[in-house]
Design a protein around this ligand. Structure first.
Ligand SMILES: Cc1cc2nc3c(=O)[nH]c(=O)nc-3n(C[C@H](O)[C@H](O)[C@H](O)COP(=O)(O)OP(=O)(O)OC[C@H]3O[C@@H](n4cnc5c(N)ncnc54)[C@H](O)[C@@H]3O)c2cc1C
Ligand code: SF4
Length: 562
């Protein structure tokens, strides 16, 4: 194609980040014939690192590795960071960030080829027409510059390739994906679904998850071994490592550079256009630069924003919106014991790597309820605490004491209903560079300033009450409510700090994820989000990344990005 560089040292595009979104950009651009470099801060992951078939008792420290306590105090707040896989989460000492004492923020990151697509929980839902035009519905904030209808073809492309299993419901506020057959429910879950669907105008369904139930492109259906956060030898769940990034490399047009820690975007002083990125070799800390005609940041919401903030005073920020409008989901919920048979004690598979889902029902027809806007969804599961590796790993003791503790642990089926409430986009929730703190490569760290609003707090309480009401209706006992919300960032769904919009005075990106201020610069991760909705965000991030990439390829062919 005509934009291939004659000078091979100048790439057609450089992409920063090889996770869920960067993988899509690399695949789309490389398969179109563009010569691209994919820069990844972490190491090249291999199948030798997969540990999904190890049990806690196979591990040196039985899941209590001192390395985690020493170097991953923040990362290990997340359930998925364990002795088996902690190297897929960043070292908090080498990768610091700050926040005011009274505004703690939890930032979970993965720096390796594949990013957090290796460790994510794979729940995959489309945003709805209601989410894309939320401001028109209830008057708060901004609508997206792109409609749900415009997004549908890109959702479909991504879903066909990723492979998402689930059950269609035909609800406007919870649009159906293109789906593989759903996973089956447990007896307790069937009981809960029956009771809730019969007594309330609500729907309980199996979770929609990026895990195969049928073969796809050489990947095999799930064999329910769990825990997926440790890797998957059959490639049954979606990770960019064995899908999009592999396709990009296979095209012959994508050079993957691992151990490349990008600090900032470099620009041509004459034209003001981006002309590459500067980075440090992760191992030697040697500074380097790579040149390209187009720069795409897919380093995850806050990392891409950090790179932009580091790229010069006011760079890409004529709107003043860069770093602002941080959103995450507010998790809460309730649990109880349903009137179903107790489980037999066992410690091995099968472990269905998926739960149930309760789609949003609040404020669908009307804009608000008791002064509260937006809504919540819930992820649920009815399982034995005995079978979970995380539960076993949490048991203290060694030798005979450990065995006794495992044997005596609770094995009844506890039903947990975890609510996920929408967070509003607020200017006063922001990240900026910390003037005093740098990471191990000397790159300024982020300072977070994020709190929950009154609307989120009310949704948190309302959703726990609603969960309790449903559990009681299903005959549950021993109800336990979550009373304290997690820190912002705790859902690991951070989005919004480089939001898109039609008005360059209010937004960083246009409707194609292209910077208003620098036409050959794109940000294709969650930074672009205008609202977060109440569903998990990664499917929408990937659909946006695909859409932006297709646009980029065509715009480059037309010569519009030079
Ligand atoms: C435990 C867990 C559970 C989750 N569950 C879900 C879920 O069920 N559903 C859902 O929708 N989402 C879930 N998420 C969130 C999901 O993982 C992210 O939304 C998604 O991975 C974001 O994609 P991304 O490409 O923007 O970032 P990532 O996948 O994080 O990839 C970013 C990449 O950029 C690289 N990078 C960062 N900074 C630099 C730099 N300076 N230079 C070079 N490279 C850099 C990183 O090393 C990484 O490889 C979960 C996350 C975690 C950790
Ligand atoms: S449970 Fe399924 S998706 Fe998860 S690691 Fe095992 S086979 Fe892979």
């Amino acid at each position: 194609m005509q934009i291939i560089s004659k000078d091979r040292e100048i790439y057609d595009a450089v992409i920063v980040g090889s996770g869920a979104t960067g993988g899509w950009v690399a695949k789309t651009l490389a398969e179109s014939g563009m010569q691209v470099a994919l820069l990844e801060a972490g190491h090249r992951t291999t199948e030798a690192e997969f540990t999904e078939h190890l049990r806690p008792y196979d591990l040196k420290y039985r899941g209590q590795s001192p390395e985690i306590a020493r170097n991953r105090p923040i990362q290990s707040m997340k359930y998925a960071c364990r002795e088996s896989n902690f190297e897929w989460f960043v070292d908090d000492i080498r990768n610091p960030y700050t926040y005011p004492q009274d505004k703690p923020f939890q930032w979970t990151r993965g720096r390796q080829l594949g990013g957090r697509s290796l460790t994510w929980a794979r729940q995959s839902y489309r945003l709805s027409p209601l989410d894309f035009s939320a401001a028109s519905h209830d008057g708060y904030g901004e609508n997206w510059p792109v409609t749900y209808e415009e997004m549908v073809p890109y959702y479909e492309t991504v879903e066909r390739y990723v492979g998402i299993s689930g059950e269609p419901l035909g609800l406007m506020q919870f649009p159906d994906s293109i789906m593989q057959p759903p996973m089956a429910m447990t007896c307790g879950e069937e009981h809960f679904k029956r009771e809730v669907n019969a007594r309330f105008d609500r729907n309980v369904t199996i979770g929609r998850t990026a895990i195969l139930t049928k073969p796809l492109n050489g990947r095999q259906p799930c064999h329910y071994c769990g825990p997926c956060e440790h890797g998957c030898i059959t490639h049954s769940y979606f990770s960019s490592v064995w899908t999009t990034v592999a396709d990009a490399e296979m095209s012959g047009n994508c050079k993957v550079l691992t151990d490349a820690v990008v600090s900032h975007v470099t620009s041509d002083k004459g034209t003001g256009l981006a002309d590459g990125v500067a980075y440090y070799d992760r191992l030697t800390r040697a500074p380097r630069k790579i040149r390209a005609k187009i720069v795409v940041l897919s380093a995850s919401t806050l990392e891409s924003t950090r790179i932009l903030l580091n790229s010069g005073d006011g760079f890409c920020n004529s709107s003043g919106a860069l770093g602002h409008y941080v959103m995450d989901h507010m998790y809460g919920g309730v649990s109880g014991v349903l009137p179903v048979k107790e489980s037999k004690r066992w410690a091995g598979p099968p472990q269905r790597p998926n739960g149930l889902y309760l789609p949003r029902y609040l404020n669908v027809e009307r804009p608000h309820t008791n002064g509260m806007i937006r809504g919540f969804g819930a992820q649920m599961r009815n399982s034995s605490s005995y079978g979970s590796p995380a539960a076993i790993a949490a048991i203290r003791g060694f030798g005979a004491d450990f065995k006794r503790a495992v044997h005596d642990s609770d094995s009844y089926w506890r039903f947990s209903l975890g609510t996920s409430s929408e967070c509003l986009a607020r200017y006063e929730n922001y990240v900026k560079l910390d003037p005093h703190v740098k990471d191990a490569w000397g790159i300024p760290a982020l300072h977070m300033n994020v709190t929950w609003s009154d609307n989120e707090m009310r949704l948190f309480n309302y959703s726990a009450d609603a969960g309790e009401e449903m559990l009681l209706a299903a005959g549950a006992q021993d109800i336990r409510k979550i009373t304290t919300p997690r820190w912002p960032g705790g859902a690991t769904h951070e989005v919004g700090t480089a939001r898109m919009g039609n008005d360059p005075r209010k937004s960083v990106l246009n409707k194609w994820n292209q910077a208003h201020d620098v036409k050959n610069l794109f940000v294709t991760d969650g930074g672009a989000f205008v609202t977060i909705g109440c569903v998990n965000p990664t499917l929408t991030m990937m659909a946006l990344a695909r859409r932006a990439s297709e646009y980029l390829v065509e715009a480059a062919k037309r010569g519009e990005l030079a």
